[in-house]
Every structure is written in structure tokens, then in C-alpha cells.
Design a protein around this ligand. Structure first.
Ligand code: HEC
Ligand code: HEC
Length: 256
């Protein structure tokens, strides 16, 4: 009986704790959380420009190392963003850092609204949205510094070389299929079906399949217009070689 009372008390205390920690999420942070999952940004994005993508398509808002869910996201977790102080390899820093939602302002223009890379203004995101996103990142981060990674911006030649090096490796097509499912389906629903990205495997095989595979491997490492790049700590060279082996298999088994 005594145990039961103690247990009951504990339960009440736990409940109170949960309610308290939830109450700590300010209206601002709550708005940030909703924006993170909203392709319309509360209706402020012009429907003719929207891609349908959300921040959550490419970034976890939890600690993926501690609680992996198996999804491979092109961007790193936003846990730890407020501790970073700069983004895009130092291109966004100082007062611009918070104003650009820790770098998210770049993605807001480019990935949610198709603004071309060289036209993006990372501080064009409305100030109240930048503040809301940062407030949310602070709540989910606490002291957690988030993942450590290096940002290397690859130029055209480096992307070409990466593509050639990767296609020189041998890959495991069945592992590649699983990686494709975990990483690519938000935009390429299957290898044979177009989504935000184009249909990859068509009824007619590409004329020079080796050159095409090298170009594709480079595209995965380096990104494209709306296609995000995948850094080596997210997809290793071997991972990309496996995905290429899968796509090559699909081409050889379906296309003529
Ligand atoms: C199509 C994928 C995609 C979408 C959608 C996307 N991002 Fe990103 N984001 C990336 C990639 C790739 C990077 C660069 C790698 C990294 O830093 O994680 C990045 C970088 C970032 C960074 C860190 C920049 C740095 O270099 O430190 C932040 C913060 C961020 N994004 C927030 C957001 C927010 C907020 C949204 C929604 C408005 C969003 N992203 C939407 C792919 C995306
Ligand atoms: C956020 C959406 C998005 C994600 C996620 C994405 N892609 Fe793409 N992908 C695109 C778009 C859009 C294009 C076309 C624009 C371009 O080529 O730059 C494209 C182009 C490609 C191409 C080039 C096709 C061609 O014929 O030129 C390949 C190959 C490709 N994607 C493979 C992948 C693989 C593999 C993954 C997962 C590791 C992936 N994509 C993830 C959007 C995406």
C-alpha cells in the first residue's frame, strides 16, 4: 500500500514535470516547430513558387545519433544549430546568423521556393519566422551541440572526380535499394517514377551508361538545382556506389 502511494506520488510528480517542460515551449518556439513541418510557411509562401518540401524532409529535429529512425536526411539535424554561430562554411555569420535562422534562411528560399543558388538571400526570410525557428532550435537543443561535421563546398571538377572515383568502386545493388528507400523517395518515389525529382530509370537506357552513372554519382555527392548534396558523413562513397549499382541494375533489367 505504502509503495502504491509512493508510486502514485511519483506519477503526479512526473506528470507535473512533463507539463512544466511542455509549458516551457514558448508560443514563438511552437510557431517555429509548426513552420518546420509546413510547406506553405503558414500560407506566406506563394503557391506558384512552393516545392512542397518542408524543413523536416531534409533535417531531423531530434538527435539522430541518440535516437536513429533509419531515415537518411540530406541535411544534418537542427539540434545544436544555436551553438554553431556560423553556417554554410562561414558564409553566414555574425548578426546574419540568427537573422538567417542559423542558415535555414538559405534553405527556405532555395528548397521551399526554388530561388536559384546564386540569387538566394539567406536573410530574406521574414524576421518573425527566423526568430520562431531559432527559438524552436534552442528548445530542442538545450546543451546538445548536435552533430559535428565539416562543410566542404565542392566545385565542378571536384564533383566530376568524385563521380568517377565512386563509379570505379564495386557496389551492392540490394543494399543500394535500401539506401535509396531511406534517402531518396521523398523526391524520387521509385527509380521508375518521377516526383519532385525526375524519373531516373526510363524504358530506354541511356546511350553511354558508364558516363551517365559517373554523372549521377557526382550529382548525389554535389547536388543539383533542387537536389540537395549528400555530404560524406551522410552517404559515404561506398553508399553512393551501392545506390549506383542498384540504379544500374534497374536500367539493365528494365530498359532496352
Ligand atoms: C531538400 C533538402 C533541404 C530542405 C528542404 C531544407 N534543407 Fe536545410 N540544408 C540542407 C542541406 C543539404 C544543408 C547543408 C548540409 C548541412 O549543413 O546540414 C542544409 C543546411 C541547413 C542548415 C545549416 C547550415 C550550416 O551549414 O550549418 C540549417 C540551420 C538548415 N539547413 C535549416 C533548414 C530549415 C529551417 C529548413 C526549412 C525552411 C531547411 N533547412 C530545409 C537541405 C535542406
Ligand atoms: C529534395 C528532392 C530530392 C532528393 C531528396 C533527391 N533528389 Fe535527385 N533530383 C532531384 C531533382 C529536382 C533533380 C533534377 C534536377 C537536377 O538534375 O539537378 C534530381 C536529379 C537526380 C539525378 C540526375 C538525373 C538525370 O538524369 O540527370 C539523379 C541520378 C538523382 N537525382 C538521384 C537521387 C538519389 C540517388 C537520391 C537519394 C540519395 C536523390 N536523388 C535525392 C530532387 C531530389
Amino acid at each position: 500500500m505504502r509503495k502504491c502511494i509512493a508510486f502514485g506520488l511519483c506519477g503526479v510528480l512526473i506528470m507535473a514535470f512533463v507539463v512544466l517542460t511542455q509549458a516551457q515551449m514558448s508560443d514563438k518556439a511552437q510557431l517555429g516547430r509548426e513552420l518546420f513541418h509546413d510547406p506553405t510557411f503558414k500560407g506566406t509562401i506563394d503557391p506558384s513558387k512552393a516545392t512542397g518540401l518542408t524543413c523536416a524532409n531534409c533535417h531531423a529535429d531530434f538527435d539522430e545519433t541518440a535516437n536513429p529512425d533509419g531515415v537518411i536526411r540530406a541535411g544534418h539535424s537542427v539540434v545544436g544549430v544555436p551553438h554553431r554561430g556560423e553556417a554554410k562554411g562561414g558564409m553566414i555569420k555574425g548578426a546574419d546568423f540568427a537573422r538567417a535562422a542559423g542558415g535555414g534562411g538559405f534553405c527556405y528560399e532555395h528548397f521551399l521556393q526554388r530561388v536559384p543558388h546564386d540569387k538566394v538571400n539567406p536573410t530574406a526570410i521574414p524576421v518573425e519566422h527566423a526568430e520562431a525557428l531559432m527559438a524552436y532550435f534552442e528548445v530542442i537543443s538545450g546543451d546538445n551541440k548536435g552533430p559535428e561535421f565539416e562543410m566542404a563546398m565542392l566545385d565542378k571538377d571536384a564533383i566530376k572526380k568524385a563521380g568517377e572515383d565512386i563509379t570505379a568502386m564495386s557496389g551492392d545493388a540490394s543494399n543500394g535499394w535500401q539506401l535509396f528507400g531511406r534517402a531518396c523517395v521523398a523526391c524520387h518515389p521509385t527509380a521508375k517514377k518521377a516526383g519532385i525529382g525526375p524519373q531516373l530509370v526510363r524504358s530506354r537506357a541511356p546511350r553511354n551508361i558508364d558516363a551517365t552513372m559517373a554523372r549521377w554519382a557526382g550529382k548525389i555527392r554535389g547536388g543539383g538545382s533542387l537536389m540537395p548534396f549528400y555530404a560524406p558523413d551522410i552517404l559515404s562513397d561506398q553508399d553512393i556506389a551501392d545506390i549506383i549499382a542498384f540504379l544500374r541494375d534497374q536500367i539493365e533489367n528494365t530498359a532496352k
